[in-house]
Design a binder for this molecule. Structure first.
Ligand code: FA5
Length: 341
């Protein structure tokens, strides 16, 4: 084995020396020594059948020679290319007037753009932007939101649990709880972020983005909630958008509702995107339940509040006319390039 290694090394040195400056000849040397049917591969096959005691030393020598050959070939190719370039320039064969290739221009992901646009609208309305952990505890994700252990509404989110009783948050609502624990009213905040559920189809992702708004102060009513939702979507989609509220159940609000906007694809006449109804469901909303105030130590006799949530990916889908949410997560550059900044 060692004699063969020495022989190969000698032959390689000689071969490379005579190929110097010729890219084709250098490539032939590379194939002869490093190729699939080359000298080094043949040695590697023999290495497998060596007695175990000889393997460590032989393996080391084999690897050292392989690395040496690879480095020498790379250096010789680079040197040959440089010589060729110099010769081309000297011969005047280089067309410096040739237009350069246009580089790819990056752009923000549609979900990021939608999130930033929503954040900007809320900042203009005087809201703070808050964030919280994606790995949550049961108290913040469920219990403080009036979802005690064994509450049937927990089933609505098929949850990813992790060790130590923790879970990947199923909504951004725990950030409401953390904000109310840290600050006293008046509170006016939004919390955008990633959330996780065991979902996967054209309109459901296992990881998606929500944004939730919370306002707590004296005298806040359902009229404030409706006015805020109306203002938000008019700024986002334009003044012609119509909003409708339907009764809905979420344990952390009372009364609770869901809200829809008139379909942006067909203008409300009915199409595939709105399943013929003329309306697109955007999210849930309601007045903060007194049990939630109790969990965070806010006096429910003095303060009232509203909260609403939305799915950012779904909004991006509506905004850009995308019919399958999964496209937003596959990050295929051909798809993303359709949304230049
Ligand atoms: C909630 O998560 C409530 N926390 C929202 C809320 C906040 C209600 C405050 C009341 C007061 P829901 O499970 O409906 O609600 O999710 C909100 C939005 O997230 C949905 O309207 C939808 O747009 C989006 N969404 C839900 N599941 C998925 C999913 N798997 N993939 C993409 N978007 C989803």
């Amino acid at each position: 084995m060692f004699r063969d290694l020495e022989r190969i090394e000698r032959e390689f040195e000689a071969g490379l020396a005579s190929a110097a400056g010729d890219p084709g000849a250098i490539e032939a040397v590379r194939v002869r020594f490093l190729g699939r049917k080359g000298e080094m591969q043949a040695l590697l096959r023999r290495f497998a059948s060596l007695p175990p005691a000889e393997k460590p030393a032989a393996g080391k020598a084999l690897n050292a020679l392989k690395t040496r050959i690879e480095t020498a070939v790379a250096e010789a190719s680079a040197a040959a290319a440089a010589v060729r370039r110099r010769a081309e320039i000297a011969a005047g064969g280089l067309d410096v007037g040739l237009p350069a290739r246009t580089p790819w221009r990056g752009s923000l992901h549609p979900v990021t753009r939608t999130r930033r646009e929503l954040e900007r609208i809320f900042r203009d309305l005087g809201y703070t932007v808050e964030s919280g952990p994606e790995v949550e505890d049961d108290f913040h994700n469920f219990q403080a939101l009036n979802l005690p252990p064994n509450h049937p509404a927990r089933d609505a989110t098929d949850t990813f649990y992790v060790e130590g009783g923790l879970l990947l948050r199923t909504h951004t609502s725990p950030v409401q709880i953390r904000t109310m624990q840290a600050r006293r009213p008046p509170i006016r905040m939004v919390c955008p972020g990633r959330v996780y559920r065991r979902d996967l189809d054209a309109t459901h992702l296992p990881m998606f983005h929500q944004l939730e708004a919370l306002v707590v102060d004296e005298g806040i009513s359902m009229a404030d909630l409706k006015g805020t939702i109306d203002a938000l979507w008019k700024r986002f989609f334009g003044d012609d958008v119509r909003i409708r509220f339907r009764p809905g159940y979420f344990p952390f609000v009372e009364p609770g509702c869901e809200y829809d906007v008139s379909c942006r694809v067909c203008g409300g006449r009915g199409c595939r995107a709105c399943k013929g109804t003329g309306w697109l469901e955007l999210g849930g909303a309601g007045m903060v339940h007194p049990a939630v105030f109790e969990a965070v130590g806010i006096d429910a006799e003095r303060y009232t509040g509203f909260a609403f949530g939305l799915g950012i990916d779904r909004i991006a889908m509506v905004r850009h006319g995308i019919d399958d949410l999964r496209l937003l997560m596959e990050n295929d550059i051909r798809f993303l390039a359709r949304f230049p900044a």
